[in-house]
Design a protein around this ligand. Structure first.
Ligand SMILES: Cc1ncc(C[n+]2csc(CCOP(=O)(O)OP(=O)(O)O)c2C)c(N)n1
Ligand SMILES: [Mg+2]
Length: 1053
């Protein structure tokens, strides 16, 4: 026990007088104060408690004391008084008055001397015996060491093969450091510090018992990582639940319940293996304890008030979870193996990705509970943020502001949890005000392998759970073959979540009995591990034998429970055989009860709004806070608000005002609007300003859109963490919860959306087709070639268009409800609007539709301030609607027959074309037509537009490179549209003159005065930048030249 002594002596030696003195000298204070301080200096230098790290604190205390002696604790007051009165070194310190009785585990220093053991006692006023203090400090250090490092030597691995954590270090030394105990020390009694609960009611224990209890708590089947948590309260809370002896002991009833659940979990996999031996199901064998574990978390959480649980999980054991945690009807599960056709629309998904939603009675707690497992793609961990968003949304709509009623559980594989960055991104949402779900219970099915890769090759961290440390989540590692330890940990985790509303991790260390799937051979790659696995009994057997030995159950009872479950499976199997079809709807994870009922599926509500509403919203949005006299906003903002007000008075809107009017009018109609993304509150381009900040008071803000009408829906606008994958996933989850909400995610620049590509591909583009789950999410993506370089120019419009599922070779028949029909049939809407009124209508249309579709919107940058990019109230009033196509309205439209060229375009390039046409005086010759919605392709309107200009050549003008932008999407669709359409056009010279004449430089063909005409099929040609690998050049000069070229080409007739 020498180490503690060394530390104590070292700290005694640090006088630190120099630092203390320099602080005094540096201070430009009044002379009187300097005198006082100098007097203080002389006596503090010898104070033992003043050391390097405390001097800054002392300085603060001293300054506070100088200003007001009452502002510091009484002990500091006494100390500074004594010191300034010239107290001798070492005696200025007076112990603080005992303001409160010692808490249960706190022991006054003077009582440290053991009652027995022959140690010297402390006489009143005599110095404390150093040996006793050292020894107690050593014991404290060891207790702390167990708390910090005990998990390293805990028996966590059922296979006993894990050796990657200590990297060759001696396990004992890891805990005991250099402390050595003599046998004589073992029976000495030590007072327990307040930071341990191993003693329960005992305040002192013999060292032997202390070590035994610590071993049991920290090094048995549970390993806990929690000492990095920065809250003493939380650390003590955990110690209280993990340290007392026998905390993991269960009653016979509890044991029987675990056994019954384990029987189902095991029986389910066995049944599937028996019936469909060669089918992939990603069985749970080796971690069957997962099912009782999840049920335990659910039981405890519901007992503590939770009513709805949203879960996300990967492939492993998913069917088992659906069957035995959610209690999804078994026959529905079994029909998934039968290869039946679906009765409803959609392309479906493999069985181990499907979601479900169930409301049922929890028999243990006798409370109704809603359980949802979110459908997810193969992409591991991608569902994490989606689950969080869905959970947050459900909490929000229930008014569950603290997460007491709704919670999430996320399941992970060990390799995926450590490897996938989205886990980190999701974790980092966990404590953000607009994203928190008030604690998630994470459960890792840690089978110590990822497909064929060992942990030592799949992660650099000791544990697969280390990512959770960043958010101070306690991590409970537990041996999956110790059912009672697992259940205890589950209880504690659920209670932790209910108490602190923070994330917590349960790492079930287990193994995978089969290959990655049931047809894989694991011995190819993990021969030794699998030799061990072959010799390891299933946990059900281990536990049943134990309970039989303990006399808790009989062998007959064990068999009986097993047989009964098999019979249930068999009956369901027979029922499944009767089914002729599957229904995708049976697997929906987010039913919108009441939303679709009684609705005409093709009837859209109007999107125009009465002028009075526009004016009201416009004025509110342009006004400073009602208490403007006290609420000081930035002068620049006052100018912006004034300009907005002028626009309202002139009945015009710019982009920001149109967006605000779309949001505001929806809020008025009771639609919750949530806008999330990086810097959305102000707007990346400083155009939005939805949150006004008091210039003098921290955190005092005003959000005009939240104060439009007394009975409006809530408006949420929230700057997000700097994450695309995590945040977009979150908003997708949010959007599928309530159809009566407009949920928008804005990319900082559209270019960054590809960081969230997985969410776009796996959820947004294909979610409805795979899982019949609709989402009306809106992606706002600043897009445009404005010379800002390769990564601030393109939202990759072409990718979204390529994923649009409408057939380029099929032109839907015309009908009065053409627009809504197309929208109904598409997988998403892709638009690149050119004016504010279009934005207003298209956002409102999201809600006006009788169904929900994702909207991918390219949004402007320079257009936000472009003087021509304005709309009139006339284009937004009642009676107006979204224009999928805006025809030419200038002189060319009045001169249609003579128009030589019709340029179709979309988005901001329109304004460049307009200027160019004007500058070249070609307004009568070239018509410019805008596609405000690119996909679904407005065939009907384009057809009419083309017909208007029978003699014009058709071009598609875009600013993007040829292999980007909308060209590759529109070109085949124009081709379909133009099929069999002919155009009469003048023959070009090269065609009317023979090749030999051209070569010889003379005309030898028929000579006529009139130019020749010919009838040719109508086609569309390309006008835009050449192909490129990078979306935009980094050179301003090259950018300008490219633009010049495309505009020159636009003018060629
Ligand atoms: C993002 C992603 N990358 C790769 C894969 C392919 N893959 C499927 S399962 C798997 C191993 C997963 O290991 P682990 O997370 O430990 O889960 P386990 O299968 O062991 O339960 C891999 C790499 C995938 N599904 N998703
Ligand atoms: Mg694994």
């Amino acid at each position: 026990m020498h180490r503690a002594r060394v530390i104590l002596q070292a700290s005694n030696k640090i006088g630190n007088s120099e630092r203390f003195a320099s602080w005094l000298l540096n201070k430009p204070q009044a002379a009187a104060m300097t005198v006082q301080a100098n007097r203080l200096k002389s006596s503090t230098a010898a104070e033992p408690f003043l050391n390097g790290s405390s001097s800054a604190y002392v300085e603060t205390m001293y300054n506070a004391w100088l200003t007001d002696p009452n502002s510091v604790h009484a002990s500091w007051d006494a100390f500074f008084r004594n010191a300034t009165n010239g107290a001798q070194p070492g005696v200025a310190y007076t112990p603080p008055p005992n303001l409160a009785p010692y808490s249960k585990n706190e022991v006054p220093l003077t009582s440290l001397v053991p009652a027995s053991g022959g140690m010297p006692s402390i006489a009143a006023g005599s110095p404390i015996n150093e040996k006793i203090i050292d020894d107690h400090l050593a014991v404290q250090a060891i207790i702390r060491s167990y708390q910090i490092r005990g998990h390293h030597i805990a028996k966590l691995d059922p296979l006993e093969i894990a050796n990657y954590k200590l990297a060759g270090k001696n396990p004992r030394e890891v805990i005991h450091n250099s402390y050595r105990f003599d046998e004589a020390d073992m029976d000495r009694v030590f007072k327990l510090p307040s930071t341990t609960f191993i003693g329960e009611k005992e305040k002192a224990l013999p060292l032997r018992e202390i070590l035994n209890r610590l071993e049991e708590a920290y090094c048995n089947n549970i390993g806990i990582e929690f000492m990095f948590i920065n809250s003493l309260e939380q650390c003590n809370w955990i110690r209280q639940r993990m340290e007392p002896p026998n905390v993991t002991k269960m009653s016979p009833d509890q044991k029987r319940l675990i056994l019954a659940r384990l029987t189902r979990s095991t029986g389910f996999e066995n049944f599937l293996a028996k019936k469909w031996s060669s089918e992939k199901r990603f069985g749970l064998e080796g971690c069957e304890i997962l099912i009782p574990a999840m049920k335990q978390v659910i039981d405890t959480s519901t007992r503590l008030g939770v009513e709805s649980i949203i879960m996300g999980m990967p492939h492993r054991g998913r069917l088992n979870v659906l069957a035995n945690v959610c209690r999804k009807p078994l026959h529905q599960l079994f029909t998934q193996f039968a290869g039946l056709e679906a009765e409803d629309d959609g392309s479906g998904d493999v069985k181990y990705h499907l979601g479900t939603y169930i409301e049922r009675l929890n028999r243990v707690t006798n409370k109704n509970i809603r359980l949802a497992v979110c459908a997810n793609p193969s992409h591991l961990e991608a569902v994490d943020p989606v689950v969080q968003g869905k959970t947050r949304a459900e909490q929000f709509y229930r008014g569950d502001n603290e997460g007491k009623k709704v919670m999430s559980i996320l399941l992970h594989g060990d390799a995926a949890f450590a490897g996938q960055g989205v886990v980190f991104e999701t974790m980092h949402l966990s404590d953000l005000p607009a994203y928190t779900t008030h604690g998630t219970v994470h459960i890792v099915v840690n089978n110590q392998i990822g497909f064929t890769t060992d942990p030592r090759h799949s992660r650099s961290s000791a544990y697969c759970t280390d990512v959770a440390r960043v958010v101070n989540a306690p991590i409970f590692h537990v041996n999956g073959d110790s059912p009672e330890a697992v259940m205890h940990v589950c209880n504690v985790a659920a209670e932790w979540r209910a108490t602190f509303h923070k994330d917590v991790v349960i790492d079930i260390v287990s193994y995978r009995r089969n290959g990655h799937n049931e047809v894989d051979e694991p011995m190819f790659t993990q021969p030794l591990m699998y030799q061990k696995i072959r010799k390891t009994k299933p946990v059900l057997e281990i536990y049943a034998d134990r309970l039989i030995a303990e006399g808790v159950v009989t062998a007959e009872e064990v068999k009986d429970v097993k047989d009964k479950y098999e019979k249930i499976c068999e009956d369901a199997y027979n029922q499944a055989k009767q089914e002729t079809h599957i229904k995708y709807k049976d697997w929906l994870d987010s039913p919108w009860s009441g939303f679709f009922e009684g609705k005409d599926p093709l009837k859209m509500s109007p999107t125009g709004v009465v002028e009075e509403t526009l004016v009201h919203i416009g004025k509110r949005f342009s006004s400073p806070p009602p208490n403007a006299a006290e609420f000081e906003i930035h002068k620049g903002l006052l100018r912006i608000l004034k300009a907005r007000m002028e626009m309202v008075e002139n009945r015009t809107v710019d982009w920001a005002l149109a967006e605000a009017m779309a949001f505001g009018s929806l809020l008025k109609e009771g639609i919750h609007v949530r806008l999330s993304g990086e810097d959305v509150e102000r707007g990346t381009f400083s155009h939005r300003h939805h949150v006004l900040h008091h210039q003098k008071v921290d955190k005092a803000t005003y959000c005009p859109l939240a104060h439009l009408y007394p009975d409006q829906a809530p408006y949420t606008v929230c700057n997000s963490s700097l994450s695309e994958y995590g945040v977009l996933g979150f908003e997708v989850g949010y959007s599928v919860t309530n159809p009566n909400a407009l949920v928008l995610w804005e990319a900082q620049f559209g270019d960054f959306n590809n960081v969230a590509q997985c969410i776009i591909d796996q959820f947004i583009s294909s979610g409805q087709a795979k899982w019949v789950r609709q989402s009306g999410i809106v992606l706002l993506q600043p897009h445009g070639m404005e010379g800002m370089g390769p990564e601030h120019s393109s939202a990759r419009l072409e990718r979204f268009l390529q994923m649009s599922a409408d057939d380029p070779d099929y032109m839907p028949p015309e009908s009065p409800d053409y627009e809504v029909r197309q929208l109904h049939d598409c997988n998403w809407v892709v638009a690149n609007c050119s004016n504010p009124a279009s934005l207003f209508h298209i956002l409102r249309r999201q809600i006006a539709l009788p169904f929900r579709k994702p909207l991918i919107l390219m949004t402007p940058k320079s257009l936000l301030r472009h003087p021509e990019c304005k709309s009139s109230f006339d284009d937004m009033r009642d009676g107006t609607a979204f224009k999928r196509l805006i025809p030419e309205e200038g002189p060319a439209a009045d001169n249609a027959a003579n128009v030589r060229k019709v340029a179709f375009c979309s988005g901001r390039v329109y304004y460049d074309l307009l200027k160019q046409r004007r500058d070249r005086g070609l307004e009568k010759d070239i018509a410019v037509v805008r596609l405000e919605q690119i996909s679904p392709f407005p065939y009907d309107l384009i057809k009419a537009e083309i017909a208007k200009y029978p003699n014009a050549q058709l071009v598609w003008s875009q600013e993007e490179h040829k292999n980007m932008g909308a060209w590759s999407y529109v070109e085949p669709r124009f081709r379909t549209l133009l099929q069999n359409q002919k155009q009469i056009r003048p023959q070009s010279r090269s065609q009317s003159v023979g090749w030999l004449s051209q070569l010889l430089g003379r005309a030898d063909g028929p000579q006529t005065e009139q130019p020749q005409t010919e009838t040719v099929p109508r086609t569309i040609s390309y006008n835009g930048r050449a192909t490129a690998a990078s979306p935009a050049t980094g050179s301003k000069a090259a950018h300008t030249k490219e633009l010049r070229n495309l505009l020159d080409e636009f003018c060629v007739l």
